[in-house]
Design a protein around this ligand. Structure first.
Ligand code: ADP
Ligand code: MG
Length: 310
């Protein structure tokens, strides 16, 4: 659990973060969204003390993050940025091993951990361990960046627009993988994005920032269906046209037959708008489709809803 209490950070006359109070639930994904300059990156850097706050307090599992040296805190917190920050002259294995080496893990344990992480991120260890960052695609580099951040089993992972530089297909794949990994490891993730779809897909909690302040924090459903102000609805309004289209498309159009899933069943004639609501409240990636008699017909995948095949 991360708790921010009236956290403030100024740069000269600019309140980059101006009195932000927030709770980040453990083992879940909180997404920070907002326009460029709204304070998202600053907030993230305050949490791992890359920069120090001017006012307020941040608690990690009940303890003030300023109790103890910043380096020690940072080893408990993974950090992933858009440009990966991989060391260009280090192999993939050496990059991933950065923090475990700092912590003095035995070599054999580090080697084992590197292979485990490469496999977790879908990279064949035999093939990728010895490569250098320039020998990797953008998506592979970002996978290595995530593996490096997870190396010392941090309980918290901070991600600043981690997928923004990737092509849409790779981005979508890595978003799904992040969900899978986060669920498997039960990591607490705070992720920054300016992509509304990404926020809706990944966030258990979404926090909309504007000029260093929280406009609204809540579930995707709350921000979409109970916006606290005009600012919230206009921020999510970019997707409004697609949302309107969802009203006129049916579950039957994107249903996959011959598969089964758990959760509240949809009907084939339900609109994709109704399906979206069901996904947001159940937080499932797949929902079953059944007929009036409750007979299973197939499933609908959330990913197909966001980008329905035409
Ligand atoms: P975001 O990540 O949402 O785009 P930032 O957190 O990077 O926003 O920036 C918030 C505000 O703080 C902006 O007005 C930005 O210009 C200012 N700012 C951020 N970092 C610095 C810095 N190192 N020096 C001066 N101003 C900064
Ligand atoms: Mg930023």
């Amino acid at each position: 659990m991360i708790e921010l209490r009236e956290v403030g950070k100024r740069y000269g006359d600019v309140a980059a973060v101006g009195g932000v109070s927030l709770q980040v639930e453990p083992a879940s994904i909180t997404v920070l969204v907002g326009a460029s300059g709204s304070g998202k990156s600053t907030l993230l850097r305050l949490i791992n003390r890359l920069i120090e706050l001017d006012s307020g307090q941040i608690l990690l599992d009940g303890a003030d993050i300023r109790d103890g040296p910043a380096e020690q805190l940072r080893r408990r917190i993974g950090y992933v940025i858009q440009s990966t920050g991989l060391f260009p002259h280090w192999s993939v294995a050496r990059n991933i091993a950065t923090v475990p080496r700092l912590l003095g893990w035995p070599a054999a344990e580090i080697d084992g951990r590197v292979d485990e992480l490469l496999e977790l991120l879908g990279l064949d260890p035999a093939q990728f361990r010895g490569r250098y960052p320039h020998q990797l695609s953008g998506g592979q580099q970002q996978r290595v960046g995530v593996a490096r951040a997870l190396a010392a089993r941090p309980s918290v992972l901070l991600m600043d627009e981690p997928f923004a530089a990737l092509d849409p297909l790779t981005r979508q794949t890595l978003q799904r993988e992040l969900l899978r990994i986060q669920q498997a490891l039960q990591t607490t993730v705070v992720l920054v994005t300016h992509d509304v779809d990404e926020a809706l897909l990944l966030g258990r909690q979404i926090v909309l920032l504007d000029q260093g302040r929280v406009v609204q924090a809540g579930t995707p459903r709350q921000l979409l269906l109970e916006p606290a102000s005009e600012r919230v609805s206009s921020f999510f309004g970019a997707g409004a046209l697609e949302m309107r289209q969802l009203e006129f498309r049916s579950v039957a159009e994107i249903m996959q037959t011959g598969e089964a899933a758990d959760g509240p069943a949809l009907r084939p004639e339900d609109s994709l708008q109704q399906a979206l609501t069901a996904f947001l409240s159940s937080r499932s990636e797949r929902l079953p489709v059944a007929d009036h008699a409750g007979r299973s017909l197939g499933v609908v995948r959330f990913v197909d809803l966001l980008d329905p095949p035409r």
